[in-house]
Structure formats: C-alpha cells, structure tokens
Design a protein around this ligand. Structure first.
Ligand code: HEC
Ligand code: HEC
Length: 208
C-alpha cells in the first residue's frame, strides 16, 4: 500500500494517486508543447528579441483564437528563425507552427501562458511622443485596451511594455488590411495618422 494510506482510506488514496499521476502527465505534455515556443518567445513567454512579442499572461481566449488564425492563415505568415536551442537558425513561421498543433494542444498551451507573468520590455522611447501617445490612447483606444493595454482579460493582446517593433509591424498590417481587425477598432485606427501612431507606440514602449 502507498505510504500514508491505510486500508480504510485505500480507495480515496488510490483515487488521489491517480489524480496525481494524471496531473503529472498533463504537466509533462504541456512542457513538451511549450518548450518549442520558448526557443523564440523566451522562457515562459517573455522574449529577448524586438520582433518577437511577449506572450506571457495572454488570455486563453486571445491566445487560442490567435493560434487558430495562424492555422487559417488569416494573419500574415512571416518567415522567421528559431532563436535558441538545438534547432537554432531553422527557418519557419507562425502559420507552420500553429498548423502542427491539435485543438487540444492549443487549449493546453493557452492554459499554460495565461498563468505566466508578463515582463515589460526595457526599451528606448521618446518621452515627449509617449506623452502625446497617452492622450491619443485615452481618447481612441482605452475602451478596449484598458490600463494602457495591460489587461489580459481585454482579450486583445498586451500593448503596455510590448515590443515596439512588433506593435509597429502589426499596426501596419491592420492598416494595410493584412490582419483582421475588430470592426470598431477600424475607424479609430483610420482616424489616427502616421505621427500619432508612432506616438501611441512610444506610449506603450514607455511602460516599465
Ligand atoms: C521561430 C520562432 C517562433 C516560434 C518557435 C514560435 N513563435 Fe510565436 N511568433 C514569432 C514571431 C516572430 C511572431 C510575430 C510575428 C508573426 O505574427 O509571425 C510571433 C507571434 C505569435 C503570437 C501573436 C502574438 C500577439 O500579440 O498577437 C502568438 C500568440 C504566438 N506567436 C504564439 C506562439 C506559440 C504558442 C508558440 C509555440 C507553440 C510559438 N508562438 C512559437 C516567432 C515564433
Ligand atoms: C472596439 C475595441 C477596440 C478599440 C477601440 C481599439 N482596439 Fe486594438 N484591438 C482590439 C481587439 C479585439 C484586438 C485583438 C484583435 C485580434 O483578434 O487579433 C486588438 C488588437 C490590437 C493590436 C494588436 C495586439 C497584438 O498583440 O498583436 C494593436 C497593436 C492594437 N489593437 C492597437 C490599437 C490602437 C492603437 C487603438 C486606438 C487607436 C485601438 N487598438 C483601438 C479592439 C480594439
């Protein structure tokens, strides 16, 4: 009999032990699923590279929806390289990566990253532009990107402390119609000119 169990509790104990085993198996599965993500997005989803977004703390809703969008090639499939580990230098893209995942894999990955802590990126920004960007954000963006875009439950990614180069590229995709956009975000982005966009990006970059 397992340690700590006596014959009265044997049934409950073995049920608990079974639960422990299935949890351990789950943890091992998740580790195998997220390890490849770390090789670009950094350990637990905080990346060191300006073109790779941090995904730690992302809501399950946003993360799973986004991976399905890459599966359907609704977002641009940008060729990129694995940044670290044994496959370092291998070319791939987010659409190929998502295509290899089952629906259950995607759910498990979503459950993992939501539990991680988002580390804001230390990056150079222009303080004057950030100030201007803050007022634009508070006028046009805050209803869906609350607290400077730092609230995972908005299900819209994380903007505060996100990589500025990544944000610049994604806003360009939205404006060029290459990435699907929330219907109500479209007019807000259209009302924002190039210099205002740069200001808003500096505002997000200013979060420490
Ligand atoms: C080869 C490097 C690489 C690997 C491996 C990789 N990613 Fe990415 N990922 C990127 C890059 C670069 C971007 C940003 C550009 C783009 O959209 O492709 C990105 C974008 C994303 C986004 C969009 C973020 C947002 O704010 O909308 C999510 C979500 C994501 N990856 C999740 C994952 C998950 C989960 C894994 C592991 C299963 C993974 N990635 C593996 C490089 C990688
Ligand atoms: C009506 C709600 C709404 C408004 C207003 C809005 N957004 Fe968004 N935004 C969203 C949603 C929802 C998403 C997630 C889209 C998706 O499913 O990929 C998003 C995504 C984004 C992203 C991509 C995040 C990522 O991780 O890739 C950026 C950047 C962004 N918004 C910037 C802005 C800016 C700048 C403004 C103001 C000018 C703005 N948004 C106004 C709803 C909104």
């Amino acid at each position: 009999m397992k340690k700590g169990c006596n014959r009265y509790f044997a049934l409950a104990c073995s049920a608990l032990f079974g639960l422990y085993l299935s949890n351990a198996a789950f943890a091992a599965d998740v580790a195998k699923l997220v390890e490849p993500c770390f090789s670009c997005h950094g350990k637990n989803g905080n990346s060191a590279d300006p073109d790779v977004p941090n995904i730690a703390s992302y809501s399950e809703d946003y993360l799973t929806k986004t991976l399905k969008r890459y599966q359907d090639k609704e977002r641009p499939c940008i060729e990129t390289e694995i940044r670290s580990g044994s496959k370092k230098g291998t070319k791939t893209d987010m659409c190929k990566i998502a295509a290899a995942l089952s629906e259950d894999d995607i759910d498990q990955i979503g459950g993992f990253f939501v539990a991680q802590t988002f580390e804001r990126t230390p990056q150079a920004f222009d303080a004057g532009l950030a100030e201007k960007g803050k007022s634009i954000h508070n006028k046009r963006c805050y209803t869906c990107h609350s607290e400077g875009g730092s609230e995972p439950s908005d299900h819209a990614g994380i903007l505060a402390g996100q990589k500025m180069a990544y944000l610049r590229q994604q806003i360009k995709f939205f404006r060029e119609g290459k990435r699907p956009m929330n219907k109500k975000m479209k007019p807000k982005l259209e009302a924002t000119d190039d210099s205002e966009i740069e200001a808003v990006i500096n505002y997000y970059g200013s979060f420490k």
